[in-house]
Design a binder for this molecule. Structure first.
Ligand SMILES: [Zn+2]
Length: 203
């Protein structure tokens, strides 16, 4: 590259010719403002990626009055907003309310906000389908307790109850334990549980 070419000379000398500002970067583009344009502000719709440069005061002023929808008719605005609802979200980062809208507000928009549980009650939404209402217990408390004593759950049928009862009586009967009577309490519980289940017609 030939740095001594006349082309470079032209570029180099240009600032000293017609620009009074020192080489501290571009100035604020607000007419009449001479401060450095240290802040960028988007120029707007159809000029995405283009920015004004402003000083702090004027970038604030610009952002406060910035209207992304300027120049759009109502139908176009509605179409744009509808589009945004379906998933086109840049509205919130580009446009209306810029500076005021919290980012969380934008991303939380389509979460389910259901403080009264209306959607949940209707079975709509992420929590609605989570679980069916707990079924009322099939058996009374004494029956469930008896099944528990026998080490069975509520799916046990009559055959299972009879078989388990037989096993447990054998295991905890003093005759099966060399006359050890320390299992008597347990055996009594097992017999009582079996009685309960038989009374309930379960075996
Ligand atoms: Zn300014």
């Amino acid at each position: 590259m030939d740095l001594n070419s006349p082309l470079f000379d032209r570029i180099r000398i240009k600032p000293t010719c017609d620009d009074a500002k020192p080489s501290a970067g571009p100035g604020c583009e607000r007419p009449g403002c001479a401060r450095p344009g240290l802040y960028r502000a988007p120029k707007g719709r159809k000029q995405e990626g283009q920015y004004w440069r402003f000083c702090m005061d004027h970038v604030r002023e610009y952002n406060a009055s910035y209207n992304y929808f300027a120049g759009m008719n109502d139908a176009a605005v509605q179409a744009f907003q509808k589009d945004a609802m379906i998933g086109h979200r840049p509205t919130w980062t580009m446009g209306v309310g810029r500076g005021e809208a919290k980012p969380e507000a934008a991303t939380r928009d389509w979460d389910y906000v259901d403080p009264l549980g209306v959607l949940r009650a209707a079975g709509v939404g992420p929590q609605g389908r989570q679980k069916a209402e707990p079924q009322p217990p099939r058996f009374s408390a004494p029956v469930r307790k008896a099944l528990d004593v026998l080490g069975l759950d509520e799916t046990a049928d009559a055959a299972a109850i009879k078989a388990q009862y037989k096993v447990l009586v054998k295991r905890f009967h003093p005759d099966a334990n060399g006359g050890d009577r320390s299992f008597e309490d347990r055996l009594r519980d097992i017999i009582r549980a079996h009685d309960t289940l038989r009374a309930a017609g379960m075996c």
